[in-house]
Design a protein around this ligand. Structure first.
Ligand code: MN3
Length: 199
């Protein structure tokens, strides 16, 4: 079964004015689609052709970089689209709010750590909020790297900091994009759901 591009959880213009329809047309319609298409070409006729996406990611990590990069980017992007929602942003509620207080002290300390992870990821990559052993942690990963390959870690939320995620709307101002992600887009419902599923 070939991999397919998962549907966006909202319309391509729904994140405006923060992230434009034009960005979604390229980022979702071209980049994410290309990772799906490349992955299908790379696994066609191999023993991974019928494997699930997460299985392909784990099986190719460290051994088949072409397959890994495309498979992980398919997964990371789907996770990223769900990490945002129209009318999102602001301080979390529910179990995530309690977890952030418990693990970081307060929301502002989390915000600082997450923003720094995104801003200091040199070149392309991702910033993450993950759950590990009952604590919440912030991570940054390079290129297609994903916390999925790390045992005992549940990704809760991600932010794409590849230039293609923000260049059309923010040009080189990655910190402004990060601020916008946190203030106007982040989907805490999704993070709460992932935290709840991990227990
Ligand atoms: Mn991207």
């Amino acid at each position: 079964m070939p991999f397919t591009l998962p549907a966006l959880p909202y319309a391509r213009d729904a994140l405006g004015p923060h992230i434009s329809e034009e960005t979604l047309n390229y980022h979702y319609g071209k980049h994410h689609q290309a990772y799906v298409d490349n992955l299908n070409k790379l696994v066609d006729g191999t023993d991974l052709a019928d494997a699930g996406l997460e299985e392909v990611i784990r099986a190719s990590a460290g051994s088949k970089p072409g397959v890994f990069n495309n498979a992980a980017q398919v997964w990371n992007h789907t996770f990223y689209w769900h990490s945002m929602k129209p009318g999102g942003g602001g301080e979390p509620t529910g179990a995530i709010a309690d977890g952030i207080k418990d693990s970081f002290g307060d929301y502002q300390s989390f915000r600082k750590a997450f923003s720094e992870a995104g801003a200091t990821q040199f070149g392309s990559g991702w910033a993450w909020l993950v759950s590990k052993g009952g604590k919440l942690e912030v991570r940054k990963t390079a290129n297609a790297e994903t916390p999925l390959t790390e045992g005992g870690v549940t990704p809760l939320l991600t932010m794409d900091v590849w230039e293609h995620a923000y260049y059309l709307d923010f040009q080189n101002a990655r910190p402004k994009y990060i601020e916008t992600f946190l203030d106007n887009l982040v989907n805490w419902d999704f993070a709460n759901q992932n935290l709840s599923d991990s227990k």
